[in-house]
Design a protein around this ligand. Sequence first.
Ligand SMILES: [Mn+2]
Length: 351
Amino acid sequence: MEPKKLREVQRFLAENNCEGLLLVNSGWAKRDPNVFYVLQTDVENGLVWIPRRGRPCGVIPGFEYVRVARSSPIPVEKGPRNLFEWLKRVNKGRVAVNGAFFSLAEQSQLRRFFPGVHIKDSGDVFARVRLVKTEDELEKLSIAARLTDKIFAGFMSELCVDITEEYARKKLLSLIAEQGLEVSFDPIVASGANAAVPHHHADATKLAGFTVLDWGVKYKGYCSDITRTVFVGRPAGKDRELYARLLRVQELGIRESCPNAQVVDVERKVRKNLGKLSKFFIHRLGHSLGIEVHDVTPSSPVVFQKNMVWTVEPGVYIPNKLGIRIEDDIVITRSRARVLTKFPKELIVIK
Ligand SMILES: [Mn+2]
């Protein structure tokens, strides 16, 4: 954890009179991304303890200890059978936890060792810390984007008429695996009327008409997220116009994303420019990007700042008819937005 980020967490602990902040992973299905953020590796089970003063520490079960200790940027210790017992050494009564990932079952385990413990929700602390990326994170995110561009070029050349969404999705998955990468989420391939459903699950539908391809990879735990919409078949003039309109608006969204701009204001401008089509734009303009593909953000309105990484992804979804979405990943610099995903955006027609 960068010293500046650590200080931000510790300031919260001091202000709230907590001994420290406890993060818990218990099982692959219940992992707090903040544990990855601190340890920079995935553990099935483990604790992270961030004391009010001093360095954070990882508490890892014996069988995982050697692997984690080798790569962790913070000191780690081999934990006892019940990891919570380790806390006896450090905790005196008031603990902050990440309420979004700390279960009632964990709460009762904690109370077994500390009957009178006072538990405080850390709320937005990590959301604020993770919002602005470090140089190291920016490098990983831009490599993820670069790899995405490269894979997309290969994927496009595999697309043709007469294949199904599911076939295209599997092809993409194999191209990602060939690069030794993992997906940042299950790729979306949505064609024709299916594309009107933003999170459509690929099925046996043959590609025809506007086809939304929305996917991303993880590089060292850091995500990319890109969407291009291609046309399979022969687009009519009005299809090309609709696509061009959305592309202009997407580029406007990128231009308007600069330091001190409110995210909601950028979205408002995009909607205004979509005019009557804005009623078919049924989701947010974008989201933060980091170790989660929809990275956690504070509950208060976000103002763009230098080194934030965001997506810009307006879409038009006409129910039972068509869907188009164009998405890039951007990083906010001192004066503007720099685009990380560089795959071309002119309408690709597949015949
Ligand atoms: Mn996205």
